[in-house]
Design a protein. Structure first.
Length: 289
């Protein structure tokens, strides 16, 4: 029996219309994921349902998946049967594969003729080392594709009821990493400029140095009463949002233990969070998102 996806071009619309739900995607012409190539795909901030269609397509056609620590393992259930799966996660303060070794592993797998899916939490190019890996692939002459993902600084805030931008509050947002390649406090950050640059600052991987960061922001002019929100396990059923202010960060961290991974948001957004806090208990029962 002929599949509706094998019909002529003139029958394509009627073939897709005959299908329902996700089955309609089977007839779409997705980009080819060819042997010897690498796709760097953003898996999103955590909830499996936030994966893109191109990301799902890559899962269905890859030979090998090399995935990060922040990728929700539930996403791997959607991989093509028979695909090999390799963990290559990096977590601050814990034994982790060397970034150089990860990059060369991708090259070796591609040179063996595999269709390699490099699955990364969030977005590959937002504090995800995707630029480093793509750079090594380019130097090695390996064809690659970048599939953007929803970064935690956008998706995580949305699930916490926090508008990253709002025309009544702020017209800009600043993304900042909380540590450098060595795990130390970023040495090249102009804290005076950061403190004045935007009404809202979103910080990735900042928990380890949050006390020092808060001190730098206060020393450079941020209001001591300004709100600090810590979003733990963003977009997952275990998501928690902790609230304090810049002056109280030290006391708060002594009396609370926010789980990691976590985002830190600085900015007076509390009025909107109270109104837009939509991700309640009943919605969390669905692990897809």
């Amino acid at each position: 029996m002929q599949s509706p996806c094998n019909t002529g071009a003139s029958d394509w619309l009627s073939a897709t219309a005959a299908e329902a739900g996700f089955a309609r995607l089977d007839c779409e012409i997705f980009p080819e994921f060819g042997p010897g190539t690498v796709w760097l795909v953003g898996a999103g901030p955590g909830a499996p349902g936030l994966l893109s269609l191109l990301g799902y397509h890559a899962l269905q056609h890859c030979d090998v998946i090399v995935y990060d620590a922040l990728v929700n393992s539930d996403i791997l259930r959607w991989a093509r049967r028979g695909a090999a799966v390799e963990f290559a996660g990096k977590r601050g303060g814990k034994p982790s594969p060397d970034q150089r070794d990860i990059s060369f592993r991708l090259i070796d797998l591609a040179r063996e003729g595999n269709r390699v899916l490099r699955l990364k939490g969030g977005d590959p190019f937002i504090f995800g080392r995707g630029g480093e890996e793509a750079g090594q692939l380019a130097k090695a002459g390996i064809s690659f594709r970048i599939v953007p993902g929803i970064t935690a600084g956008i998706g995580g805030l949305a699930y916490a009821g926090i508008p990253a931008t709002h025309r009544d509050i702020n017209h800009s947002v600043l993304f900042l990493t909380g540590h450098d390649a060595t795990g130390a406090m970023p040495a090249n950050v102009n804290w005076k400029a950061v403190a004045r640059a935007s009404p809202v600052i979103v910080m990735y991987m900042a928990m380890k140095h949050l006390l020092q960061i808060a001190h730098e922001l206060l020393a450079n002019g941020r209001d001591a009463r300004e709100q600090v929100l810590i979003i733990s396990n963003a977009t997952l059923p275990s998501q928690e949002v902790h609230e304090t202010d810049l002056a109280s960060v030290e006391h708060y961290l002594r009396t609370h233990a926010p789980a990691t991974p976590a985002l830190v948001v600085v900015g007076n957004l509390s009025p909107w969070r109270a109104i837009l806090d939509w991700y309640g208990t009943s919605l969390r029962e669905n692990k897809i998102g």
